[in-house]
Design a protein around this ligand. Structure first.
Ligand code: FES
Length: 558
């Protein structure tokens, strides 16, 4: 008997007393590290999805980790037999879109006007010399998502994209959504979340095919919590009603004129030029962060006459509705369910994730899997498909209950696996998804009713983000995640937050436009909307989102 250890889908017979890190090396798996297995850098995390009981006790260097996370250099297999399955934080394997789609920015050619310029061999930031070099002048646009981090490396003199990368946000050990991270940060001194992320970012930057010291500026966007954690701001106030970033509070008190943040390369702990500037784009308000602000820049809202909406569905769904005359924004605390988190067989959109599902006429699930590998789990876009197919075939009702009192439906079963194995969706998963959907629908209704418009008034509905790009729109309409707007008006635009960050990196004028734009946005606070609860309950049902009916109780605004 022996223990089979599976790391990132590759298996090996485990040797007692040998660390998970060592086994990963034997398998040729690249485990992030800066301390070479000393237990100091905290970067070698793995998430154990099976067989935690077969592992050594938690060691002192990993006491900061919660749940199923372990430091692979500190963890050995101790059991005599069984199966341990784990994976590293998956750098470079996330499916990212290189370009945004269907944006109007192409109509207005972006005039290159970066803050970093050259004068002979002098490199200047806003006219102040920071270096002497004849080498390239590079910058990074960075989107710090709760789940995913995306980097774009750009030549600031030509505007050319040199490289890009993405990875799972390693801060997941502090919880899968922003409120958990805020609580974790408050309870653990030493800025562990920021330092761990900085380690991963440093590795990602060092892997770019350039000298990191030629990177002179980074523009960071992200939700308010992710941005402020990175800039070592206290995030405590974002977690307490009325949910304000410390920068928002200071601005209201007249202590600053913008919610944007700046630090140097040295302060950022990144291996870029020490005098580089790291600019945190301004947030809008509360949880509506710099990523939502960047989306406004990407869709050119400052010059938009048409009524448009931007919905970036994620752990924290951001919603922006308006045009150059009036803009409303809201943040919907959807949680990680639609990104595969909090779902029994959920996983990010990596190789092995089931990404598409159809129920054939014979009642059998037909699945599509990312990569040429056996299925490992279900990614977010697939969850929409599954729910839609279950509804379409009558195997689930609009309350999310399975037919015949079934507790789960199995999408895939590996005949070689044991009883009860396989990839499935269970009713508790459906409940998680219902609540995530409820938050999104409540946001839609709250913003549209506050604006005084109906869904039909929207001329372009941008579905932003990797999730929005890959979901099946008709399935999303059927389950009521996306409103019943004509499909010709829906643009699955991809990661437009990184597009906005890139624009702000390449153009000082557009960056100023962003600074001005955020001050004009009306923040629609869902928690204080009088009909939020009714909207939420309505949105938890799996049925198309309809405009608020005219017989909606008079006490609730339309
Ligand atoms: S390798 Fe640094 S903590 Fe494990």
């Amino acid at each position: 008997m022996a223990v089979t250890l599976t790391i990132n889908g590759q298996s090996i017979e485990a040797s007692a007393g040998r660390s998970l890190f060592d086994h990963a090396e034997t398998l040729g798996i690249d485990v992030p590290t800066s301390c070479r297995k000393q237990g100091k850098c905290k970067e070698c995390m793995v998430e154990v999805v099976e067989g935690m009981d077969a592992l050594s006790a938690i060691a002192e260097p990993e006491r900061h980790l919660k749940g199923s996370f372990r430091l692979s250099c500190q963890t050995c297999v101790t059991a005599a037999d069984g199966h341990v399955r784990c994976h590293t934080m998956r750098r470079g394997q996330m499916r990212i879109e290189r370009h945004a789609f269907g944006l109007p920015v192409g109509n207005r050619a972006l005039a290159l006007d970066p803050a970093v310029t050259r004068d002979g061999d002098r490199i200047l930031i806003d006219g102040i010399e920071v270096d002497r070099s004849t080498g390239p002048i590079l910058g990074i646009a960075m989107d710090l998502g709760t789940t995913t981090v995306v980097l774009r490396l750009v030549d600031l003199e030509s505007g050319e994209l040199i490289a890009d990368t993405s990875f799972e946000n390693p801060q997941r050990f502090g919880g899968s959504e922003v409120m958990s991270r805020i609580a974790y940060d408050a309870g653990h001194p030493g800025r562990l979340l920021m330092r761990t992320l900085a380690g991963y970012l440093s590795h990602a930057i060092e892997k770019f095919p350039v000298d990191p010291k030629t990177i002179y500026e980074i523009v960071v966007v992200g939700n308010s919590t992710m941005r402020d954690l990175f800039f070592r701001q206290s995030v405590y106030s974002i977690g307490q009603n009325p949910y304000r970033s410390i920068t928002e509070i200071e601005m209201a008190e007249g202590k600053r004129t913008t919610t944007s943040l700046n630090q140097t390369g040295v302060q950022s702990l990144l291996p870029i030029h020490p005098k580089a500037r790291v600019y945190g784009a301004p947030i809008i308000s509360g949880h509506v962060g710099a990523d939502a602000a960047a989306c406004m820049l990407a869709v050119d809202l400052a010059h938009e006459e048409r009524l448009v909406a931007v919905m970036d569905i994620g752990t924290n769904t951001e919603l922006i509705v308006g045009n150059k005359h009036r803009i409303l924004a809201a943040s919907c605390p959807a949680g990680p369910a639609f990104e595969g988190g909090a779902i029994a067989c959920g996983m990010p959109a990596l190789d092995g994730a089931i990404e598409a599902v159809k129920i054939a006429a014979d009642g059998i699930f037909r699945i599509g899997v990312i990569g040429d590998v056996p299925p490992e789990g279900i990614c977010g876009s697939c969850l929409i498909d599954v729910l839609s197919e279950l509804l379409r075939t009558g195997r689930m009702n609009d309350k999310g209950r399975f037919e015949d009192d079934l507790q789960r439906v199995t999408l895939y079963h590996d005949q070689t696996a044991g009883e009860g194995k396989g990839i499935f969706l269970q009713e508790s998963d459906v409940n998680e998804l219902a609540q995530a959907k409820g938050a999104n629908v409540a946001g839609l209704h709250a913003v549209f009713s506050t604006y005084g418009i109906d869904f039909d008034d929207i001329e372009v509905f941008y579905l932003a983000g990797g999730f929005g790009r890959n979901l099946n729109v008709e399935a999303a309409k059927r389950i009521g995640l996306v409103p019943g707007i004509a499909s010709s008006r829906i643009v699955q635009s991809g990661n437009i937050a990184i597009e906005g960050a890139t624009i702000a990196l390449l153009s000082k004028a557009r960056r100023q436009e962003l600074e001005d734009l955020v001050k004009r946005v009306e923040h629609c606070r869902l928690e204080t909307h009088p009909s939020f609860f009714e909207f939420f309950v309505e949105g938890c049902q799996f049925k198309p989102v309809e405009p608020i009916p005219s017989n909606w109780p008079a006490r609730f605004p339309r």
